[in-house]
Design a binder for this molecule. Sequence first.
Ligand code: ADP
Ligand code: MG
Length: 375
Amino acid sequence: MKVVLQNLTKKFPSRDKRKRDEVIAVRDFNFEIPDGKLIGLLGPSGCGKSTTLNLISGLVKPTEGRIFFGEDDVTELPPENRGIGLVFQNYALYPHLTVRQNILFPLQNLKGKDKLSKEEMENKVIEAAKLVQIDELMERKPRELSGGQQQRVAIARAMVKMPNVLLLDEPLSNLDARLRLQTREEIRRIQRETKITTIFVTHDQEEAMSISDMIVVMKDGAVHQIGKPQEVYDAPVNLFVAKFLGTPPINTFYGRIKENKLYIGDDAVLLVRGVPDTEVFAGVRPEGFILSEEGPFRCDLNRVEVMGRDISVVSTNKECLNPVVRSIIGTETKADIGVDKVAKSGIVRFFLIPHKVFLFDRETEERIDAEVCSL
Ligand code: ADP
Ligand code: MG
């Protein structure tokens, strides 16, 4: 089912009663979530992700704007009538009920024409348990399960009614790194199998990038960019989005456009067409550096880190806003790059790969539309 958010805004009164100012948790959110897709709602803590999710679920009423499920306006509908499944960070299972009883719980509350027979309920419970692969653990209590298993039960409970929309609020945050990876693959698989429109909230860009059909990047209650993960990574609209996506993060430099060239410090590093002479921020993705003795861009070598597949050259540059410049060089080119040779002089030189370099306005931090190419 598609979900349409129309001018959605939520203001909370200030927590400090003496102050009049209010918190705008979500401001003017507009988005048509396509049917059957998995959307990653991404942004730093406090940017309004949970509030957005709670508006969609009906747990929070919007100050302005409307919400549609399909063609139906659900803005005034209470949560229990919206056909949603909810999963939170803390699994919130009933501790005194078994796995089976926990998953069964939402079905027992169905009334009128939705009411199910005992057998129908049992079948649905088994089906949901199988989907998340916990059908062997049906008679256990939550305390007898690992965190990952508990979260699977919570997902099964959210899925048992086959909701129109599945809402997940940082569902993997309480799991250790390995389980987090595994469970996120599971969520992806379940979503693909059931084709339930799913909104997945996280502050972890890698998590969102890896499983989402589309991501929505938020900051301070506002949507900054919506798109396919790779598209947003390759064409961020502003410096915030560029910095928020990618590990290691993008390297940001003070730069200058002068006579169609991008300068970082004294080094002319790239050709730039279509931009008048001005000061900019230049963002360079870690994979945007080519180590070469002839390279125009000079940095002071700090150290070389070999991390299996890649080599990371860590250097410094006085125009860089990050503490160090991180460049990732594929090991297949190891023989040619002569790290040892350059290392002796204390200076490393790079060519920059044009499509890995973004220019941003110094004032607004919006990306500048420019044609960037090699010198
Ligand atoms: P996120 O989930 O992205 O971390 P939230 O949606 O929880 O962010 O919060 C967004 C903003 O709204 C924050 O500044 C938060 O303090 C504020 N906020 C959230 N819920 C309430 C509330 N019930 N009362 C007042 N302020 C709130
Ligand atoms: Mg939250």
